[in-house]
Design a protein around this ligand. Structure first.
Ligand SMILES: Cc1cc2nc3c(=O)[nH]c(=O)nc-3n(C[C@H](O)[C@H](O)[C@H](O)COP(=O)(O)OP(=O)(O)OC[C@H]3O[C@@H](n4cnc5c(N)ncnc54)[C@H](O)[C@@H]3O)c2cc1C
Length: 402
C-alpha cells in the first residue's frame, strides 16, 4: 500500500522528528499544531544514545553537537551540604553514548529549520484537533482553524500531541490514561551560575528527603538546568517566591539572587502513565501522548523519539510493500512492553533514589552500594549502554503482505 499522506497531530519534538523521517523517505506529511508557535518551555535537555540515534537518522547529530554540549565529565551524587556520595566515571564511555545536551526549544528550532526546507512536509499552526473519525480506508480529524472548522484526511494519523493528547482522549475517553501522579512537584529552571568553580564539575544530583534536586550544564556557555523538588499544590507565584531560598540551600556557594541569572522557570506535576494501546485502526499514538515518566534520567522524550523512529520503520515498510499493517499492532505491543519493563521502573528508581536520607541510602540502596565501582571506567561504560535496551528494530519484523 503506497501511503499518499500521513497527518501528525502536534508539532512538538516527537512530531517534528517523525515528520522529517517520513518526508526524507518521500512520504507526504501534514503537521497540525494547535499553537501559533513551537513550545519553548524548560523541559527536555539531555539525550542519551537511543534519542541521538533517531536524531542522527534525520541528519542532525553533528549540528546538535555543534549547537549543544557533549558531557566530558561524569555526574555526581551529593548531600545537600555538597559532600560527595558517588561520582560516575565516563572516561571509557564512547562519545556517542555520552549524554548530549541541548535545551528543547533550541532542538525544536533546529528541527523546524529542516522541516521548512522539505518539500514533503507542511506545518499548519493554529490548527487544533477537536474530534476524530475513521473508516476502513482513511482516518479523519475535525480541526479548529483560523478559517473555521475543517476536516483533514490521511492514510494514518499519528497523535504526537503531548501529555494532554486529544487523540488519546478521543480514542479512550478523557480520564483513561492508566498510571499514577507523583505526590511531589518539580520546578525546572534554566540558570546561569558557575557550579564548576565550586568543584561540582558539569553536574550533580542532591540526595535529600526535602531538598532533592539536580544541577547540570546544558549549553557550552555554562547555562545550567536546575530542577528541584517542591511542595505540591502551590501557585506559580508561590513557587517563584520560594525559589531564592531553595537555590541558597541546594547550590554550592549558597548564592543570593544577584549571583545567578534565571532564564526560565516552570513548575511541573510529574506522572508515570501509559495508554492502553498505541494503535486503534488508523490512529497511532507516540511519545508523551502515549506514555509519561518523570524527567530524572532523561527517558521521557528519549522514549518518545524511539517510538517515532520505530513507527517510521513500520510505516515505511507498509509504504514500500515490505510488510502488511499488522506491524502497527506489534509497534503498540513492543513500545508498551519497553515502557513497562524499562522506562517506567528505571525512571521511577532515578527519582526515588534522590528522595531519601543520604546516610541510609549509602548503606541500603543497591545503587549506592554498586557506586563503589563507579571509579572503574569499564564498569561505567557498560552501565551507560544499558539504556540502549529501549531500542527495537522493526525492519526485522516485516510480514510480507499476502
Ligand atoms: C522539567 C522536564 C525536564 C525534562 N527533561 C527531559 C530530558 O532531559 N530528556 C528527555 O528525554 N525528556 C525530558 N523531558 C520530557 C520531554 O520534555 C517530553 O517527553 C517531550 O517534550 C514530549 O514531546 P512530545 O512531542 O511528545 O510532546 P510536546 O512537546 O508536549 O508537544 C505536543 C505538541 O502538540 C500540540 N498539541 C496539543 N494538543 C493539540 C491538538 N488538539 N491539536 C493540535 N496540536 C496539539 C502542542 O501545542 C505541542 O506543540 C522533560 C520533561 C520535563 C517536564
Amino acid at each position: 500500500m503506497v501511503l499518499s499522506k500521513i497527518i501528525i497531530v502536534g508539532g512538538g519534538p516527537s512530531g517534528l522528528v517523525l515528520a522529517l523521517l517520513l518526508a526524507n523517505a518521500g512520504i507526504s506529511v501534514q503537521i497540525l499544531e494547535g499553537s501559533d508557535k513551537l513550545d519553548d518551555s524548560p523541559r527536555a535537555s539531555f539525550y542519551p544514545w537511543p534519542a541521538l540515534y533517531e536524531l542522527q537518522r534525520v541528519g542532525l547529530l553533528e549540528e546538535i553537537r555543534r549547537r549543544g554540549y557533549v558531557a566530558s565529565d561524569g555526574i555526581s551524587w551529593r548531600k545537600v551540604d555538597g559532600t560527595l556520595l558517588a561520582k560516575f566515571n565516563i572516561d571509557a564511555v564512547p562519545q556517542d553514548y555520552r549524554l548530549h545536551a541541548l535545551p528543547l526549544g533550541r532542538l525544536c528550532a533546529l528541527l523546524k529549520e529542516h522541516i521548512d526546507e522539505s518539500p514533503n512536509v507542511e506545518i499548519k499552526f493554529l490548527h487544533k484537533v477537536i474530534r476524530i473519525d475513521q473508516s476502513e480506508d482513511s482516518a479523519r480529524v475535525l480541526v479548529e482553524t483560523p478559517d473555521g472548522e475543517q476536516v483533514f484526511e490521511a492514510d494514518y494519523i499519528v497523535g504526537c500531541d503531548g501529555a494532554n493528547s486529544q487523540i488519546r482522549r478521543c480514542l479512550f475517553g478523557d480520564s483513561e490514561f492508566p498510571g499514577r501522579t507523583w505526590d511531589v512537584q518539580i520546578v525546572a529552571t534554566n540558570v546561569y551560575y558557575d557550579i564548576a568553580s565550586h568543584g561540582w564539575g558539569q553536574g550533580a544530583f542532591i540526595v535529600d528527603p526535602t531538598h532533592w534536586s539536580m544541577a547540570a550544564q546544558i549549553q557550552p556557555d555554562g547555562l545550567l538546568r536546575i530542577s528541584y523538588g517542591e511542595k505540591v499544590g502551590l501557585s506559580r507565584e508561590e513557587y517563584i517566591a520560594r525559589q531564592p531560598a531553595k537555590f541558597r540551600t541546594i547550590l554550592p556557594g549558597h548564592p543570593s539572587p544577584e549571583q545567578y541569572k534565571i532564564v526560565s522557570l516552570s513548575p511541573y506535576k510529574i506522572h508515570q502513565r501509559c495508554a492502553k494501546s498505541f494503535r486503534v485502526g488508523r490512529f497511532l499514538l507516540a511519545a508523551d501522548a502515549a506514555h509519561l515518566c518523570n524527567p530524572f534520567g532523561g527517558l521521557g522524550l528519549t522514549g518518545g523519539l524511539v517510538d517515532v523512529g520505530n513507527l517510521f520503520d513500520c510505516l515505511q515498510g507498509i509504504h514500500k510493500g515490505l510488510t502488511d499493517d499488522s506491524i502497527l499492532d506489534r509497534y503498540s505491543e513492543v513500545r508498551r512492553e519497553k515502557y513497562f519493563s524499562i522506562i517506567d521502573p528505571v525512571s521511577s528508581d532515578n527519582l526515588r533514589r534522590l528522595i531519601q536520607d543520604p546516610e541510609i541510602a549509602m548503606k541500603e540502596d543497591p545503587f549506592f552500594t554498586m557506586a563503589k565501582d563507579f571509579d572503574d571506567p569499564e564498569f561505567c561504560a557498560r552501565l551507560a549502554t544499558g539504556v540502549n535496551d529501549i531500542m527495537h528494530d522493526f525492519t526485522k519484523e516485516y510480514v510480507k503482505p499476502q
